[in-house]
Design a protein around this ligand. Sequence first.
Ligand code: NAD
Length: 332
Amino acid sequence: KPLRVAIMGLGSYGKRVADAMKDCKRAKLVGLVSGTPSKVESWKKEFGIEDKNCYNYQNFDQIKNNPDIDAVYVITPNGLHKEHAIRTAKAGKHVICEKPMATTAADAAEMVSVCEQAGVKLLIGYRMHFEANTLEVVRKRKAGEFGEIKFFQGLSGFIIGDPTQWRLDPVLSGGGAMMDIGIYSINGARYMIGEEPLWVTAQEVKTDPVKFKEGIDETITFQMGFPNGVVASCLSTYSMNYLDKFFLNGTKGFAEMQPSTGYGPIEGRTHQGPLTNPHVTHQTTQMDEMAAMILDGKQAEIPVDGREGLKDMKIIEAIFEAVKTGQRVDLV
Ligand code: NAD
C-alpha cells in the first residue's frame, strides 16, 4: 500500500512535486488542497484525483474524516506553514512541510510539539538529504576518507525576479534569501561536517532597499563555528546568480559540489575522483523515502524531521541577530 498524499498549495513547487510523484513507487498523489477552483479542476484531470479528496482552505479540517489520505504535503508560502501544518496534525494526518518549516524558531517548536502530541510524523521537505551524490560524500566523511574535517564553504544564491512576489513580503516569507536559499548552506554545513554549530557571526549587504525592504535580507555572509574547531563560511543572496556550491576540506582530502543543491544533476568530485551516481529527480526519491519513513519507520541517513528543521530555524534566527548586533551569537 502506498503513502497516500494530498498536496496543499498548488503553486510552482507543488506542481514540481506532483510531477515527480508520478514516478514514485511508495508515494501516491491522491488529494488536493487549494483556494483556486480552476487549479483544482485542471490538476484533478491531470493527476486523476477524485472529487472527494479535494479541499479548500475553509473545509480542509474535514480531511480528518477521510480515511483515504495519510499525509498532507504543505507547499504554501513560508508564513502559512505553521497554521497549515498544525491544522493537518490536528486532523490526524502526517505532515510533510516545505522549508523553511516556519518563519520563527518559536513557531517551529510549536509545530514539533503539536505533531508529537497528535501522534503524527512531521517531516521537512529537505530533498538534498536523499540525493545520492550528497549521501556518498556524507558516507565518505563518516568513513574518515577526508581525514579530520577542517573547513566548509557554502555558496547559495540567485537573482530574484518579480518584486511583488510573496518571497519579498516579510509576513509571508519571514525573511529574504536566508529563509529561501541560504538555508541550503546551513543544511550543507551541518550534514557535510556532521556536527552542530556552537556560534554564528554574520554580515549583511543591502544594495537595493526598495526591492529588499525591512525584514527581507538581500545578501548575508555568515560563519558558523563547530565543536571540532571547523569554521563554515557561507553566502546567502538574492542578487547574484551562479552560486550553488559546497566545498569540504579535510586533512586527507576534499569534496566539491557544483551544483550542490539545484534541481538538476548534483555534480562534483572528491580527491578520489568524480561523483558518478546517476541523477534521479530529487522529489521522486524524497517522496519514496518519506513514504518508507512514515509507513515502515525507516530512519533517514540524514534526518529530516521537525526537530532538525527547528535546529535550522534557530540558526537562522541567530544569524539575523548577529547581523543586527554585529556580535557573535552563541547557540545553546
Ligand atoms: P508559489 O508562489 O509558486 O506557490 C505558493 C502556493 O501557495 C500558490 O499556489 C498560492 O496560491 C498558494 N497560497 C495559498 N495561500 C496563499 C496566500 N495567502 N498567499 C499567497 N499564496 C498562497 O511558491 P512556491 O515556489 O511553490 O513555494 C512554496 C513553498 O515551497 C515555499 O515554502 C518554498 O520555500 C518551498 N519551496 C521549496 C523548494 C525545494 O526545493 N524544497 C523549492 C521551491 C519552493
